[in-house]
Write a protein that binds this ligand. Structure first.
Ligand code: TRP
Ligand code: ZN
Length: 475
């Protein structure tokens, strides 16, 4: 947020008044310990996505009551109608006379705070709420937002489909990195994790698949309401409420995790053959990273396509096919990316490097290509290839999903494993998850932990692998 000259002038006046008349300070607002109400910032402070998330609030819980349907016949280009009531529990982290949520392309019609209707407005992708009484630091309130609108097929800054993507039979909902604002009012940055619950009402015959456990479904007058509970803290980009023709398959995996898969029946059986390996993979990754961190798992395989897969929390999303390596990748993300999430989007290699490396580990476990062979394959890329031009730990917002983030990220982890040895490497992996699970962590947290666990000075190593836009030769 840019401070207006007026605001600066007022702040200056208050400071002067306090300095000159200490005896009267007791009556003045802004005295230490007294509320000094401000506007919450319009972003969480991430330089890559400055307006993603919000300042001054910490969302604790989202209760999303959604109704969704496609017009009949479906229009071209595809559009749907989404109507929602988002009941959001949040805590003020600042004294606030106003706070923001992110909301893109949808219109709020009413905002109620603790049972009373409040003033609000929408400016571009920001919904601004003026709570009365104003909020003091630590206050917890319930904000109920009634909203809705026409859904389209939104795209991210790279032009990839994301967010609430309208499809022929419903919607594919995958929101990395900042697409959740296309379907609910949200503090859309991984640093503001929250718990979620969903009641999604769709025309009878359609299935709504969200995160967590299915509590039940109820059909009345041609509409079915699907209720899901996702009590594990979750970054907004990992929330989903995908709607379509799905067959649900539930079972308990070998490690005890409840699995719920949702597969579009229009797909050939081969589309989900690799999903059958999920149970074995859970056992394998628990051994490497520690206990599976969430209340359930499963896959959504949709016959529509955004062209990529996403590790939507507890319910990974696949576009048409679910290749074995991708199934392993998205499952490993549940620990690496979802339980431990990036503190800034610049830290994305910690998600993609670990998930890609996990897929290498699984391949080796299955007696196929070893991690060392995959590493050598990456290192066979010529030094003058543009692949090496990326600064892995600072790729820029347009390179979050560049090949180097995945492959050089994974190669970095393999080189680290060779450098510090298997014992320290897997202790690092487990400590990383145990220490930062449920929250976020940065590259600096990772390099510090790697040094702590291994007892080695790794500054030169990480400098070469993460901060130098050249092919590593010595480290
Ligand atoms: N995080 C996804 C994965 O690796 C990838 C992803 C998200 C992506 N958004 C994207 C890839 C956009 C390409 C384009 O599992
Ligand atoms: Zn990934």
């Amino acid at each position: 947020m840019t401070a207006s000259p007026l605001r600066l002038a007022l702040a200056g006046t208050a400071a002067v008044a306090l300095t000159l008349t200490p005896a009267l300070a007791g009556a003045a607002p802004g005295r230490p310990g007294e509320p000094r109400f401000q506007e919450g910032a319009d972003g969480a402070g991430d330089p890559y996505f400055p307006l993603a998330g919000n300042g001054g609030i910490d969302v604790l819980h989202y209760d999303l009551d959604l109704t969704y349907q496609l017009p009949d016949p479906a229009p071209a280009p595809l559009e749907g109608q989404l109507d929602g009531v988002a009941t959001i529990e949040l805590r003020a982290t600042q004294d606030l006379h106003r706070f923001n949520l992110d909301l893109r392309g949808l219109t709020a019609s009413e905002v109620v705070v603790d049972g009373k209707s409040m003033r609000f407005d929408q400016v571009e992708n920001e919904l601004r709420v003026s709570p009365r009484p104003k909020l003091k630091t630590g206050d917890e309130v319930t904000v109920e937002i009634t909203y809705g609108g026409t859904t389209t097929r939104p795209t991210d800054i790279e032009g990839a489909l994301y967010g609430w993507v309208t499809t022929r039979d419903g919607a594919m909902v995958v929101s990395e990195p900042d697409g959740s604002a296309t379907w609910f009012p949200v503090s859309d940055h991984p640093t503001d994790k929250a718990t979620y619950a969903y009641e999604i009402t769709v025309p009878e015959g359609s299935v709504a698949v969200a995160n967590g456990l299915l509590e039940g479904s109820e059909t009345n007058d041609g509409w079915t309401t699907w209720t899901w509970d996702a009590p594990d803290p979750m970054a907004a980009y990992l929330a989903t409420a995908t709607v379509g023709d799905f067959e649900l398959d539930s079972y308990v995996a070998a490690n005890g995790t409840q699995i719920i898969d949702a597969v579009d029946p229009g797909l050939p059986a081969s589309a989900s053959a690799s999903l059958a390996l999920t149970s074995d993979m859970l056992v394998f990754f628990e051994d490497a990273f520690g206990p599976y961190p969430f209340n359930s798992y499963g896959a959504i395989v949709d016959d529509d396509s955004v062209g990529y897969a996403l590790e939507t929390q507890t319910r990974s999303f696949f576009s048409r096919r679910a290749a074995e390596g991708t199934v392993a990748h998205e499952l490993a993300h549940q620990w690496m990316g979802n339980h431990v999430s990036p503190g800034r989007w610049a830290d994305i290699w910690l998600n993609e490097g670990w998930a890609s490396y996990s897929s290498w580990m699984w391949s080796e476990e299955q007696g196929r290509t070893t991690a060392q062979e995959n590493f050598e394959d990456v290192m066979s890329t010529p030094a003058d290839d543009g692949f090496w031009d990326v600064v892995v730990a600072e790729p820029g917002p347009l390179c979050l999903f560049c090949g180097a983030i995945y492959d050089r990220g994974a190669a970095t982890l393999h080189a680290l494993r060779v450098e510090i040895g298997d014992g320290a490497f897997f202790e690092l992996a487990k400590t990383w998850v145990a220490e930062f699970g449920g929250g976020t962590a940065t590259t600096a947290d990772f390099t510090a932990l790697a040094e702590g666990v291994s007892g080695q000075d790794l500054e030169g190593f990480f400098d070469v692998w993460l901060y130098t836009p050249e092919k590593p030769t010595t480290w």
